[in-house]
Design a protein around this ligand. Structure first.
Ligand SMILES: [Zn+2]
Length: 310
């Protein structure tokens, strides 16, 4: 799985994982000791030691996580010659978006077929496959947006005193209902602290980066797909969700040009290098999911469903 990911990065002309990476990374759960299994990527800041720690399982989900973590390392490698102070993402969301951007190509049915992970006989170009694929992607990416937004909203509400200690769990479920439209499966009380079940809360990792990443990875994807000649907004035969930038050196060098700047320039300038414009914007994620949005609008109308909640 790590070699498949490394091969995708290098097919774009990006930097291969160095020897130290293969020697020192922990990519399987050890059976002789306890480790923190939450996947992470590490830059040892000496220009050659970069590692991933992941208790990898052989699943499609983990294949995407492998690309996600390797995206962090690729970013570290690209800005390793910047002064120490600039060896960071243009903003934290950029760091989270690199591997996910590539993974948007990797998990297309077309690419999975190409690397032998999807049966040859399965049709991939028909409308039904597209809608099923987009639905599964939407459960990942769209359903994640309100969650990734509310984690830090929750913490800010606590730290600025909006919410009292006696309301910690109540407020958590208030936000979960308001933004995600979900309720707990059984009764909760202030004897519980459900937010603490999310790794990033006790580990004190800021979370808005994942919200930002989910928006901008589609902007990156769109721009790199145009660069690779794999997406044309005017050609219905080349929809954005089918694009695979595999082996496009042009796409790779565009991405590298932006990422190698590290944090030496304000993020809008890096955004301009990668996408041609300076704003974080939901146009690309909307464009990606357009066929599903149309299908949902028509189907909800047909079924008399009223989307949303109070
Ligand atoms: Zn990450």
């Amino acid at each position: 799985m790590f070699q498949v990911s490394d091969e995708f990065f290098t097919s774009l002309g990006l930097i291969p994982m160095p020897d130290e990476f293969w020697k020192e990374s922990l990519i399987e759960k050890p059976d002789n000791r306890q480790v923190v299994c939450h996947a992470s990527a590490w830059d040892f800041c000496n220009g050659k030691d970069f590692r991933i720690k992941q208790c990898t399982r052989v699943t499609a989900t983990d294949l995407v996580i492998v690309h996600h973590e390797m995206g962090h390392i690729q970013y570290d490698l690209l800005y390793k010659d910047q002064p120490y102070f600039y060896r960071e993402g243009a903003n934290p969301g950029f760091h989270e978006a690199v591997g996910d951007t590539l993974a948007l190509s990797v998990i297309t049915p077309k690419h999975l077929k190409e690397i032998g992970l999807l049966d040859e006989s399965i049709p991939i170009d028909d409308y039904e496959t597209s809608i099923n694929f987009l639905f599964s992607m939407a459960l990942n990416k769209i359903a994640f947006l309100p969650f990734s937004y509310l984690i830090d909203k929750y913490r800010w509400d606590i730290y600025d005193g909006t919410v009292d200690e006696s309301q910690y769990n109540t407020h958590w479920w208030r936000l979960r209902k308001e933004y995600q439209g979900i309720k707990p499966p059984n009764a909760r009380s202030e004897a519980n602290f459900d937010a603490g079940a999310k790794y990033h809360v006790p580990a004190n990792v800021e979370y808005l980066r994942y919200f930002v990443s989910t928006i901008i990875q589609f902007q990156f994807h769109r721009s790199l797909c145009i660069e690779a000649g794999q997406y044309d907004p005017l050609d219905p035969k080349k929809p954005l969700h089918n694009c695979d930038i595999y082996r496009s050196k042009a796409a790779g060098s565009k991405l590298a040009a932006g990422l190698s700047m590290g944090s030496s320039k304000p993020w809008p300038e890096v955004m301009r290098v990668i996408t041609g414009q300076e704003k974080m914007d939901a146009y690309a994620i909307r464009e990606y999911f357009k066929p599903l949005e149309k299908w949902l609008t028509a189907t909800n109308e047909e079924m008399g469903e009223i989307p949303g909640w109070k």
